[in-house]
Ligand binder design. Sequence first.
Ligand code: B16
Ligand code: MG
Length: 215
Amino acid sequence: MKIEACIFDLDGVIVDTAKYHYLAWEKLAKELGFNFSKKDNERLKGVSRMRSLDILLEIGNLNLNNSEKIELAKKKNSWYVEYISKMTPEEILPGVVSFLKSLKDNGIKTAIGSASKNALTIIERTDLLKYFDTIIDGNKVSEAKPNPEVFLKAAKELNIKIENSIVFEDAKAGIEAAKNGGFYCIGIGSADILYKANRVIPDFKNFTIANLAVL
Ligand code: B16
Ligand code: MG
């Protein structure tokens, strides 16, 4: 494969913001009177904010109307934003910066394809803006993953061929989105969960541009 571009999911791939999402959802669940486990949190990864809330309420067996739901989503987001506004470049996951640098040095285009409406805050706080040619986030799409819209938009903005690009994803819904869009997808995490990816790596620690050459 002649690689023209790499498209990265943000939460769980570039930074571990999944832990902050979890803390905020867990706090909300507690306030609503039920427990929310880390295993339950797997179901929210890569999923939009409102869909995440629906899953949470399903777990807690609660039925709420739309305006109540909007209030709860706002509350969760304000807690989440409090966490991410304190982020630093130290929180970038291991191996990510050197991999991004080598992509730049080798003329491979880069994009973020994230469901988050807070993506820009995270990227600015961690000083990563300079590594990406384009950022497609939750504010720029209308369809949530597993719909491929976010990755298709990134590919379009980068002006590259889908078959010559790779999507890096940590979530089931994100991998499905990449595959639905016709992308080669590398899962970041455990193969038990991410078995739909073309390949799974635990993280970027030992992953270099040389690994792309053999795809
Ligand atoms: P927000 P990603 C996703 O980001 C998260 O994985 C998911 O847990 C979250 O609900 C979603 O963003 C929306 O985030 O509430 O900040 O708009 O993994 O696609 O980068
Ligand atoms: Mg993710």
